[in-house]
Design a protein around this ligand. Sequence first.
Ligand SMILES: [Fe+2]
Length: 165
Amino acid sequence: MNRLLKIQDKMLEKIKEFENVNIKRDYPLNWEKVHMISCAHIGKLLAIKRGVDMELAAIACLVHDYGRLVTGKQDNHAANGYEPLKELLMEEDTFTEEEVELIAQSARNHSNKNDIGSPLEEVVKDADVLDCYLYNIQLSREEQRDRLYKVWEELKLGNNYPFNL
Ligand SMILES: [Fe+2]
């Protein structure tokens, strides 16, 4: 099985485990499931366009909200995902230490939408805002909307930019 499918299976298993854990979640587990998969697709397309490693990009997008999955909370979910994510990725004998670090870092930094990070991090941040937009999730922060605007331009999506966000 390829690495993307492998880690996707692992994430789906984790979500199943969390279905039995009674904590109040800021976002439902069904959203976590849908968002991780659609982000992976968007991330892969952005990576192809930008010449970024597309497998790593898809995987980094898939797991970027792991912190929220584990804690149930949106607050600090990016930073909270860093260590648990490294553990998760190292459980499989699939990733090198360097890859684990790159993926975990892109998750840790994905909420800093103001900062420009590594090309991999940029793919994760942009895929995140674009996916939220596509699901009509309000982009409440200006830096998220700025990002959406830039990625919209980059992908030449035309003049129907959603200014009413
Ligand atoms: Fe996200």
